[in-house]
Design a binder for this molecule. Structure first.
Ligand SMILES: [Fe+2]
Length: 199
């Protein structure tokens, strides 16, 4: 079971104190995007979506790192019995279920690398995994933005990787799937997206 909204917000606040950075506000916008989209999907819980969005980068509590934040977040959540949140701490970075599609540095031990490789290949994703993958690409630390703006922001920071275009395509597919479900443009569910996209 995941924590409730208050516990998740508190966990994020403490994690932010331990490693302050724009990642915390990014996480808050991801959570709001997850909630707003889930509200328009009959089979999803808006509060659960919000909590899972809020916790997806919680591994950053451990300090500045690259993909290590995925496993740090996984362990943080497993220790608290938050199993789905733990899965999403890893799955949000792998819309394609192959460790080789990582765009960041795998700054983890050999054992952790092997664990993650296996975990990513074998995890069974549901719409909460896909929703966080999508919303991660809709939120800058300053608010919501169009996917294409976030794609460029991430690519400037991480560099071009051989999987970059396939990751973009997969994220656009997930957007189309959610738009079929919500029956509207997801951007109509993200207040301030126009203004923030042009900032
Ligand atoms: Fe994120």
């Amino acid at each position: 079971m995941e924590p409730n909204k208050e516990t998740a917000e508190q966990a994020l606040l403490e994690a932010e104190k331990s490693n302050p950075g724009p990642w915390a506000d990014h996480s808050r916008y991801v959570a709001q995007a997850c909630r707003n989209i889930a509200q328009h999907c009959a089979h999803l819980s808006a509060e659960r979506a919000y909590v899972l969005g809020l916790l997806h980068d919680i591994g950053r509590y451990a300090g500045v790192s690259s993909e290590k934040h995925l496993i740090d977040g996984y362990r943080f959540c497993v220790e608290r019995g938050w199993e789905k949140a733990a899965q999403i701490c890893i799955s949000h970075a792998f819309m394609i279920q192959d460790i080789n599609t990582s765009i960041a540095v795998l700054d983890v031990s050999e054992a952790d690398y092997l664990f993650m490789k296996d975990f990513v290949a074998n995890a069974v994703y549901d719409d909460y995994d896909r929703l966080v993958q999508l919303c991660d690409a809709l939120a800058l630390p300053t608010g919501f933005c169009i996917l294409e703006k976030r794609f460029v922001d991430v690519t400037i920071r991480y560099g071009m990787h051989k999987a970059t275009v396939d990751r973009w395509k997969k994220t656009l597919e997930i957007k189309a799937d959610f738009e079929r479900e919500t029956g509207c443009s997801i951007y109509s569910l993200l207040p301030g997206v126009e203004k923030n996209s042009f900032l």
